[in-house]
Design a binder for this molecule. Structure first.
Ligand code: G3P
Length: 218
């Protein structure tokens, strides 16, 4: 499973990139607003750090506005992917952009119906928001299984990006399901590195090593 990082923060992207575990980046208007920088410039900087796909979202609501914005965003770098909200206008925009070679990531996806339609439209990526479904009391893992089942049943080109990831369990469940990609916030990625037994084990090994050194000196 590929790991994308779900952030527009350059330091966070650099830190995970240096660990060699990042295959791409997803942003959205909220994440870019958090950074306070000019969005196009920020996306350009992200594309300089990461070779893999970098998603930036359109703001327009009509097909015409989305297509116009997408064509501009696509000029930033060859690895830019255009996030398109799941609406009828959005799906029309996907139908126009994909044949032009502009990759799309259909976002704000909350149902199996939406996954099927986005796949039929030929989106490169589809992003179901599992954390927000969980917040609404829905079983987000069962939902994911069904989404992957739909994609695996046919020859769709779309890759599923598990989005709105809230915890490390979400990442593991995504991997068990065989999701193509999970886009993971920095804090969750950071937690995936930690285990108290590893810290304790390392401390014990070093203590025992020191004891051996003192013994050998006597
Ligand atoms: O990739 C989509 C993601 O940014 C949404 O996450 O935590 O705002 O539901 P969240």
């Amino acid at each position: 499973m590929k790991f994308f990082i779900d952030t527009a923060n350059l330091d966070q992207i650099k830190e995970m990139q240096e660990l060699g575990i990042i295959d791409g980046v997803t942003t959205n208007p909220t994440l870019l607003a958090k950074e306070g920088a000019e969005p196009t410039e920020q996306l350009r900087k992200i594309c300089e750090i990461v070779d893999g796909p970098v998603s930036g979202e359109v703001i327009g609501l009509t097909t015409e506005e989305m297509v116009k914005e997408a064509r501009e965003l696509a000029k930033i770098a060859s690895n830019i992917v255009i996030k398109i909200p799941f609406t009828k206008d959005g799906i029309k925009a996907v139908n126009i952009l994909e044949p032009e070679g502009i990759k799309t990531n259909v976002t704000l996806v909350f149902s199996q119906n939406q996954v099927l339609i986005a796949a039929k439209a030929g989106a490169s990526y589809i992003s179901p928001f599992i954390g927000r479904l969980m917040d609404n009391g829905q079983n987000e893992i069962d939902f994911l299984w069904e989404c992957m089942d739909i994609l695996n049943s046919y020859d769709f080109k779309s890759e599923l990006i598990v989005a709105s990831v809230r915890n490390t369990r979400h990442v593991i469940e995504s991997a068990k399901i065989g999701a193509h990609i999970a886009t993971i916030p920095f804090a969750v990625l950071d937690k995936m590195f930690k285990h108290p037994n590893t810290d304790q084990g390392l401390e014990d090994f070093l203590k025992d090593w020191e004891k051996l050194q003192s013994k050998l000196k006597k």
